[in-house]
Design a protein around this ligand. Structure first.
Ligand code: ZN
Length: 328
């Protein structure tokens, strides 16, 4: 069965942006130092070499992808890396739906480079930038992959923004699925606010994080806001949650905004159950522009591939509308 997350997704978004007349740039910054801050060294080393090691086990592996079959769940030890490749894969994964292929490291690394490059242009005075890479990143944590995600590009963008002198950075995750990786990376920090609107994890992936009572810990207490909505929620309920999210972000007084732009809230998405239409994404873009913050969009999920380009372009169309004084 083919993976829902395909290279075609990025190409379709790029084509839609080109049709808008946007100038597309290739990454011109290296994300290595930020990846070292966001992810564990052993995890990065594993990811970078995983495909070569898989091939070294059996040349026939070139035609198949490795999947974990065992995980260090409760009472098992995650602090000793086993020698066995499949056991390592389980150590560094929380699901078996995140297949590694020949180009995985290169694609994920380039998407991280793109996030850093985009943030650099924000620093140069752009109001908004869009890092349209794939695979997505918001499910990836400090030392684990999952949900098609390997490297957390939104976290990399937030760290890069902190480096440009932003004292407070807000991350708004609007993907249908809770950004468990991003939440966990900033859970004990007060300088990066994480706010997420997503399908209730009682019924929706990633199931084990994303509840409303997760508010942060230590210095980060009060700097994590989850707004889970039941699967099947209306567009009106979604925008009501967005109002709540944006009010919390405004109260935080951030100096920049990172948007984990999942487009799988679209009514036609094959693996999600919200009801947004293409024109609703324009409204989302408008609402975000009204925050008057330097904004870095990072492409996350969205699996109705035929509509993905139009929906991404709609967000940018809305963001580029002139800002008036009234409500968007
Ligand atoms: Zn998603």
């Amino acid at each position: 069965m083919p993976c829902f997350e395909t290279p075609e997704r990025a190409a379709i978004v790029h084509d839609a942006l080109r049709r808008r007349g946007d100038e597309l740039r290739v990454p011109d910054r290296d994300s290595t130092s930020y990846l070292g801050r966001v992810h564990a060294p052993a995890y990065l080393a594993f990811l970078e070499t995983a495909w070569a090691r898989w091939l070294s086990l059996d040349t026939a592996n070139a035609e198949r992808q490795p999947f974990p079959s065992v995980w260090p769940v409760r009472t098992l030890r995650a602090d000793v890396e086993p020698d066995n490749f499949i056991a390592q894969l389980g150590l560094y994964s929380f699901d078996n739906g995140t297949p590694i292929s020949a180009g995985t490291w290169r694609a994920a690394k380039q998407a991280a480079d793109a996030a850093v490059s985009a943030v650099a242009r924000l620093g140069a005075g752009e109001a908004g930038v869009f890092s349209a890479g794939r695979p997505p990143g918001h499910h990836a944590g400090r030392d684990f992959m999952g949900g098609y995600c390997f490297l957390n590009h939104a976290a990399v963008a937030a760290e890069a923004l902190r480096d440009t002198g932003c004292r407070r950075v807000a991350i708004l995750d609007v993907d249908y699925h809770h950004g468990n990786g991003t939440q966990s990376l900033f859970y004990d920090r007060a300088d990066v606010l994480f706010v997420s609107i997503h399908g209730d994890p009682r019924s929706e992936y990633p199931f084990y994080l994303g509840h409303a009572d997760e508010i942060g810990v230590g210095a980060g207490a009060g700097f994590n806001l989850n707004l889970p909505l039941p699967a099947g929620s209306s567009v009106a309920d979604w925008f009501s949650a967005l109002d709540t999210a944006l009010a919390r972000i405004a109260a935080f007084r951030p100096e920049a905004l990172v948007v984990s732009l999942g487009l799988d809230t679209y009514a036609g998405d094959p693996i999600s159950r919200f009801a947004l239409q293409s024109e609703d994404f324009r409204r989302l873009g408008r609402c975000l522009r009204h925050q008057r913050l330097p904004t870095a969009f990072i492409l996350e999920g969205g699996y109705a591939v035929a509509a993905l380009g139009a929906n991404a372009a709609s967000v940018i169309d809305g963001f580029e509308e002139p800002v008036s004084g009234g409500r968007p």
